[in-house]
Design a protein around this ligand. Sequence first.
Ligand SMILES: [Fe+2]
Ligand SMILES: [Fe+2]
Length: 403
Amino acid sequence: MKSILFVDDEVSAREELERTLRPMSEEWEVVYASSGREALAKLTKNSFDMAVVDMDMPGMSGAQLLTEIKTRHPQAIRILMADRCDQSLMRRSVVSAHQYLPKPFKLDLFKTMVTRAATLRERLASESLRQLADGIDSLPSLPALYRELQEELQSREPSIDKVARIISKDMGMVTKILQVINSHFFGLLTPVSNPAQAVSMLGLDRVKALVLSMQVFAQFKEYRHPFISLDVLWRHGLVIGAYARAIAKEEKTSQDLVDDAFTAGLLHDVGILVLATNLPDQYTQAVALMQNRRVTEWEAECEVLGASHADIGGYLLGTWGLSDAIVEAVAFHHDPMRSVSQPFSPLAAVHVANALEEREQAAVMGGGYTHIDEDYLAACGLGSRLPIWQSVCQEVARSRNSL
Ligand SMILES: [Fe+2]
Ligand SMILES: [Fe+2]
């Protein structure tokens, strides 16, 4: 039985919630609080699996409360509720939430959200993954520069100049970012020559995602592996990020999901770096298995290491506090059926983007590849979208040679 703490100051909203949630009383134990203070008092007496907090409350705001909960009860799943029109603002200003729930409250949507969150956490808490993660001495950390960018974004009025100044602290990275952005791949008509211009032309979120993945990859500078090059993996991430973003845009989903699809695409294979760097002998065995038996890399990894690069990548991004949508897309990118079927998600985009790209690569170089899970797409009601997604990716692919 899951325990859920709901925090909302509005009496009528709370009564409505109680009515809506009554049919779930055998599955969920629900406790209500009408202020941040009352919620924190309840949290000291009991532990909860999940806290669902209204954004707009007098006294302690929903954002402040979630930040408190994050520090005091890091294991609790944190969900922020707000009117649909406030959602973008909410995501921009609150980085302590795992998921965002639009108001008015809809039971079906909430049920999917709870199942999704539980499925993801079950996967990330599996015994074999935990053992694997315990055997890794140094997992990469969330880059400090990215944290600074997040802080600037949380400020009341994030300024492009300040963001550009933060990025400029790492000139090596700036040079590389400008190089990437100026490739035809990003489709900019005029060349970009400085970080401020990059932010205003590409948008803060895309630049932020590029900074994140570039800095994560920089933590593996010393990485040498006979089978996979850092540069190839980085370009592969860029391609999947661009494909997944284009798919999300095609679906006319929210800007947040478009940005999450891009970030998840950039980082979807970061687990390969973690495994190959920290456990080189076992990783070499997995690669040999993949080549001899023509299985995919993630199947070979599961056999040799007990978990795959997708698992460890999702685990890592989860520890950094990135949103569930990103973590889920990374953790399940090879086997989306293990997640919950849902309308469009970054997971569907990254899974399809990666499978299309792997198939393309396999046609040129041979080897196994991940098949598109059409059953999953059908279960999400997205089956008919596949041909359109394919042509959207082909469109993006036309400029990839300039990468
Ligand atoms: Fe992968
Ligand atoms: Fe991949």
